[in-house]
Design a binder for this molecule. Structure first.
Ligand code: ZN
Length: 416
């Protein structure tokens, strides 16, 4: 939040700071806020009265009196039901759509699976249908729609709302004006039209915001999430509190950092030895099948069709102590250490959050990463970067998208 020199900006700034304090506290009093931002109680009371009038803040009764015979202070709390967000995540095989309140807590959910029909008009229609259902559901409970957000896989230019390229939906083609197409679709497809802001970005960037809002990165200014799924690796980079996009929205495409151009496996991008190709489900499960019959003590293949072994099976086996699974996960960890080492030396984060399949490998994998990071890239310099697992599940995309919209609403749009 920048502090402007003009009195109007100063006033707006004070309003935002006051509201920020209220949003982050369970319950507040006028005196509490006034102490926090060094404004007179009269000014703060005026602000709160305005917030209460608009419905952003509600009364929370009276507190204990502070002095002998003193008046009991009026208490207030933020009203997260003042507004809502429709947040959508287009995954490689489904569309998750939720509404959240203004605390980014999910209040309703609709999921549509995506099968062989993957064309852009079809996906647009499904999204419009999901938004319509969710908004109809909100008719009774009320609240202001503060924005719609769509988290997409692949390269996204969030400024222009363009899906540059989606490896999971190649049929869409390149440079799809996703935001403007969806806006027109919603204007046509919703009763009463559509006039809320609409945002799109790469899901990994929103997943980073989810960690800051609800996960293990609360209060951390410099951190990176690495999401390793069966299909590939994505990342979201937050430096000095801001999400990074770069000149061409390539920032965070760490899956295609080349780690072994000579001998590495082919990647879906066409190159050899990309980070994501080396730790991919495809490579690790192929290594597992190549070891079939050579590790009689391993239970990886017990009761399973070798062709159906998944990365998840291997990771869970490693967590349980299965030696074959540990060897396979150690191979992936070796490449993770090189990849993360490069990412750390370029970005210098305080924290790296691992999301996705490898979380299932538990302390074993995390231990290998933490040890490995110490030995690479200036081994004599103590690297204080922490590596942690995400505790967020499959909702991290929609929660992060909602957190982005809520941040935009309170930081840029709301003027009481
Ligand atoms: Zn690649």
């Amino acid at each position: 939040m920048k502090s402007g020199g003009k009195p109007k900006n100063l006033k707006e700034n004070n309003i935002r700071i006051a509201l920020d304090i209220i949003r982050k506290s369970d319950i507040v009093s006028v005196a509490g806020i006034s102490d926090g931002i060094r404004l007179s109680k009269t000014t703060v009371k005026k602000m709160i009265d305005l917030f209460v009038q608009t419905g952003l803040v509600v009364s929370a009764g009276k507190g204990d009196s502070t002095g002998e015979g003193g008046k009991k202070p009026e208490l207030y709390r933020f009203n997260p039901a003042y507004g809502y967000v429709v947040s959508i995540h287009v995954t490689p095989d489904s569309i998750i759509a939720v509404t959240t309140d203004l605390n980014a807590d999910i209040t309703a959910r609709e999921v549509a699976s995506v099968g062989t029909e993957r064309s852009l008009p079809f996906i647009m229609d499904r999204i419009i249908g999901l938004v319509r259902n969710l908004m109809n559901g909100k008719r009774e409970s009320g609240g202001v729609l503060v924005g719609v957000v769509v988290a997409l896989p692949g390269l996204v230019d969030s400024v222009h709302g363009v899906s540059i390229y989606s490896p999971h939906y190649p049929i869409w083609g390149r440079d799809v004006p996703f935001a403007s197409m969806l806006t027109s679709g919603l204007e046509r497809g919703l009763e009463g039209g559509f006039n809320a802001p609409l945002f799109v970005d790469c899901v990994n960037r929103y997943q980073a915001l989810a960690e800051r809002e609800k996960g293990v990165a609360g209060g951390v200014g410099n951190f990176i999430i690495i999401d390793a799924l069966n299909e590939g690796i994505g990342s979201g980079i937050i430096l000095n509190g801001e999400i990074k996009h770069g000149a061409q929205s390539l920032s965070g495409e760490v899956g295609h950092i080349t780690l072994d151009a000579e001998n590495g496996p082919e990647c879906i991008c066409g190159n050899k030895g990309c980070f994501e190709a080396l730790v991919s489900a495809k490579r690790i499960t192929a290594l597992a099948r190549a070891a079939l019959g050579k590790n009689p003590a391993s239970t990886l293949f017990s009761g399973r069709d070798p062709a159906a072994i998944t990365l998840s099976d291997v990771c869970e086996g490693a967590s349980r102590g299965d030696e074959l699974c540990r060897t396979l996960v150690a191979d992936a960890a070796k490449w993770f250490v090189v990849g993360l080492g490069n990412i750390i030396m370029v970005n210098d984060p305080e924290l790296i959050v691992i999301q996705g399949e490898y979380v299932k490998a538990g302390d074993y994998f995390l231990g290998l990463l933490r040890e490995g990071i110490k030995r690479i890239g200036l081994p004599d310099v103590e690297k204080r970067v922490r590596i942690e697992y995400s505790v967020m599940g499959a909702d991290r995309g929609v929660v992060g998208g909602a957190a982005f919209v809520i941040g935009d609403f309170f930081d840029k749009r709301l003027l009481v």
